[in-house]
Design a protein around this ligand. Structure first.
Ligand code: TPP
Length: 556
């Protein structure tokens, strides 16, 4: 059967068809649609697969390990920075190994379309000694899910699957199976000691997994997803002038450059890498057959650095040597130009029907004027910032520690209200550190979903030291930034703050509306002037989910 699917949807359907029993995830662009697809899918619903959002990526990874412990297949999904949050269970899952298959799907965001950094998750796979898959098309994304679950169970290791924004968020026709594989039956793991990472057990596992790396590399060399296409050199030459090693979506850009080059010149050797550890035998064949090799990969120079080693060879070209941009996303144009400039292919054939598409896309990009994002009209965060700015104008050198969510836009005009935004949860802890240093007033502003993701522990630190900080949990009853997913703490915030030890007199709830401005500013002033931990919870539903809910109600 054929279906038109986003990369994320192909991954989701691939997992369901591979006998998935649960997806564990925290939303994050560009990975969110995977879990949303599973939540809505008929087979997943019929099978009652677990698909509820988790509090954060660490709880997601650990719950998936629990499902694997019971013999069933689990998928974990997150954006790249989520892997930092779940690094502890992720790296240790290499030590425990798995029983039921585990695939950890991480969506990287080169060019930082909606992220605070450009990190490349493949490094985590290598670091944790976990095999890594990197599909180069939506079809491969679908097919690889079954392969990854099978491989995870065969090797008793989780598999990291890395995609990037363009793969996650572009559509293609995908051939899919008619019937999903059944779920695994529940079974207790015969290798139970693996799961107890006492040093004696962990040392044994560390030796096993270290020794396993050679097999993983041999498997990668034999993988149907790693393909070396090596035409014979023309004119009886001993070597090709240029060969390409390409991975992920960047492989598509190389294919595009080949398609648009004059037909008789498409004799470029290409090694496609979609399964790691890096298959060194295939890389050596490529290096032996070509005078120069260009590495074309999305993200950081992960393959390029391994291929160059310490030799700094002038014959390995790529991001490190300036032929391709050092940072940011690659494009079909930048890849085609780099290959053409280094003698690989002549410039694109102007008669080729597919070549104008890429240039039209770049022309469109220059024609559309960039617009700074803004908080929606009617958003409660606006009223919070209006009140906060009004109050803080009366204090010298007030500092506001922001966090990640829609409310980060409070940094931009007209509010210009926050002074930091580092990672989820850092508002409260940074405010505390600043207060420790002598800053007053020190205000933290954090969203409801971000607070339960990573803010609660920081609040406990602050309470335990009676830090002189004011925390604003701007509660719009949803995870708005990623599209309005449920927020884990809805209806629980007052109880959580009291439970963590905030004084009941200093947990205040307000409704952020212009008509309530005198009350909100009054409460803000009182709590800033209180020398201890106070929490103010402005609560009003996100205007987008409010409209959605009103429409749904009207339809009933
Ligand atoms: C570790 C990590 N996981 C996920 C994300 C993606 N993300 C950014 S903010 C956010 C939550 C926003 O929800 P909330 O705190 O309720 O604020 P709102 O957008 O609703 O104002 C998410 C999921 C991220 N940036 N970092």
């Amino acid at each position: 059967m054929k279906r038109l699917l986003l990369g994320d949807e192909a991954i989701a359907l691939g997992a369901i068809h591979a006998g998935l029993s649960g997806v564990y995830a925290y939303p994050g662009t560009p990975s969110t649609e995977i879990t949303e697809f599973i939540q809505a899918d008929a087979t997943a619903r019929e099978r009652r697969l677990h698909s509820r959002w988790c509090v954060n990526e660490k709880t997601a990874m650990e719950a998936a390990l629990g499902m694997s412990f019971m013999g069933k297949r689990a998928l974990v999904c997150m954006k790249h920075v989520g892997l930092n949050v779940c690094a502890d269970p992720f790296v240790n899952s290499g030590m425990t190994g798995v029983n039921g298959g585990v695939v950890v799907l991480v969506a990287d965001d080169p060019s930082m379309h909606s992220s605070q950094d450009e990190q490349d998750s493949r490094f985590y796979g290598k670091f944790a000694m976990i095999p890594t898959f990197e599909p180069s098309s939506q079809q491969e994304a679908y097919d690889m899910m079954a392969a990854a679950f099978d491989y995870s169970e065969a090797q008793c290791l989780p598999v990291l699957m890395r995609v990037t924004t363009r793969m996650a968020h572009s559509r293609a026709v995908v051939n899919v199976a008619d019937e999903p594989r059944p779920e695994n039956a529940m079974n207790y793991d015969a290798k139970a000691a693996n799961w107890v990472l006492l040093p004696a057990n962990a040392r044994r596992r560390n030796d096993i997994v270290t020794a396993q790396q050679a097999q993983l590399e041999a498997d990668a060399a034999a993988s149907p997803y790693n393909v070396l296409d090596m035409p014979a050199p023309t004119d009886g030459a001993a070597q090709h002038p240029l060969g390409i090693i390409a991975s992920g979506i960047a492989y598509n850009y190389v294919c595009e450059a080949m398609r648009t080059a004059p037909r008789d010149s498409r004799r470029l050797p290409v090694l496609k890498v979609s399964q790691y550890p890096l298959p060194k035998t295939l890389v050596r064949q490529m290096l032996g057959a070509c005078r120069q090799v260009m590495v074309v990969e999305e993200g950081q120079p992960f393959i390029e650095e391994q291929v160059r080693g310490v030799f700094e060879s002038r014959d390995i070209l790529g991001r490190l040597t300036g032929q391709l941009p050092r940072t940011g996303e690659l494009t079909p144009d930048s890849v085609a130009a780099a290959i053409a400039a280094n003698g690989g292919l002549p410039a694109p054939d102007s008669h080729c029907p597919s070549s104008p598409c890429a240039s039209e896309a770049s022309a469109a990009a220059t024609l559309v004027a960039p617009r700074p994002p803004q908080l929606c009209q009617g958003c409660g965060h606006r009223d919070v910032y209006t009140a906060l700015n009004q109050v803080l104008a009366d204090y010298d050198n007030a500092r506001v520690f922001g966090d990640i969510g829609c409310y980060t836009l409070g940094f931009l005009p007209p509010y210009k209200a926050i002074h930091s935004c580092v990672d989820m949860g850092a508002s409260i802890t940074m405010a505390k550190g600043a207060a420790d240093a002598g800053q007053w007033p020190a205000v933290a502003i954090i969203g409801d979903s971000t607070f339960t993701h990573s803010g609660m522990t920081g609040l406990l630190d602050a309470v335990n030291e009676n830090a002189d900080i004011t925390v604003i949990i701007s509660d719009n009853l949803t995870t708005a930034m990623t599209g309005g997913q449920d927020s884990a703490g809805t209806n629980k915030f007052e109880a959580i703050c009291l439970g963590l030890g905030v004084s009941p007199d200093h947990v205040r709830v307000v409704v952020p509306l212009p008509k309530n401005m005198p009350e909100i500013t009054d409460i803000l002033r009182q709590e800033i002037n209180y020398h201890g931990v106070s929490v103010i919870i402005p609560r009003r539903e996100c205007i987008q989910t409010f409209k959605r809910h009103a429409k749904a109600k009207a339809r009933q």
